[in-house]
Design a protein around this ligand. Structure first.
Ligand SMILES: Cc1cc2nc3c(=O)[nH]c(=O)nc-3n(C[C@H](O)[C@H](O)[C@H](O)COP(=O)(O)O)c2cc1C
Length: 169
């Protein structure tokens, strides 16, 4: 898939087929996430891949988006390692870049995925459940699988969010 096609056709997918995802595809998405830019190239991301139903069910109970976690065969919990952090704001920006890379990589391989943030209200419970080391801060869960329905988001017109600065000097 062409790079811009991938960017423009990616949508959050929240309905999944009951079909396992090949490990190589998950690994490719993780590799893509790992190749995101980060401040000072500190690569603060850490990933925990959850596939078993029992653990997904426990995660599902921690968010209003639980149905998605139950349905999607893969859940990737994304953490930021405070041990390698150098500037909280920039490190969190790097985490966003990493998560977007992951979403795009799933999409490019014919999979669907969604970034789940509502579950952050239970950050500590997720960290305990997934036995995260003390320096790992839970940032988001990405649910992924073969899509059963297309996503359908739109965007407001670009002109509403862009200013082409004119130098009046
Ligand atoms: C920080 C963040 C948190 C999000 N949290 C959730 C969530 O908890 N549940 C959910 O269904 N979607 C969640 N989303 C997905 C957004 O709803 C989605 O990206 C947005 O509506 C635009 O749709 P699109 O991804 O299809 O373009 C989140 C996205 C981001 C970037």
């Amino acid at each position: 898939m062409d790079c811009l096609d991938a960017l423009f056709t990616r949508r959050s997918i929240r309905h999944f087929l009951d079909r396992p995802v090949e490990r190589a595809k998950v690994e490719k998405a993780l590799e893509a996430a790992h190749w995101a830019p980060s401040g000072k190239n500190n690569q603060p991301w850490r990933f925990v891949v959850v596939q078993d139903r029992e653990t997904r069910e426990k995660l599902a109970r921690l968010t209003v988006s639980g149905r998605v976690i139950r349905e999607a065969p893969v859940a990737v919990a994304v953490f930021m390692d405070r041990e390698v952090s150098y500037h909280r704001e920039k490190d969190i920006q790097s985490m966003g870049a990493c998560i977007e890379n992951m979403l795009l990589a799933f999409h490019c391989q014919g999979l669907g995925a969604v970034w789940l943030g509502e579950i952050l209200k239970n950050r500590e419970k997720v960290e305990t459940l997934l036995e995260a080391p003390p320096s790992w801060e839970f940032m988001a869960l990405v649910s992924a699988g073969y899509p059963a329905r297309e996503g359908a988001s739109t965007r407001r017109p670009l002109r509403e969010v862009v200013v082409w600065f004119k130098n009046k000097g």
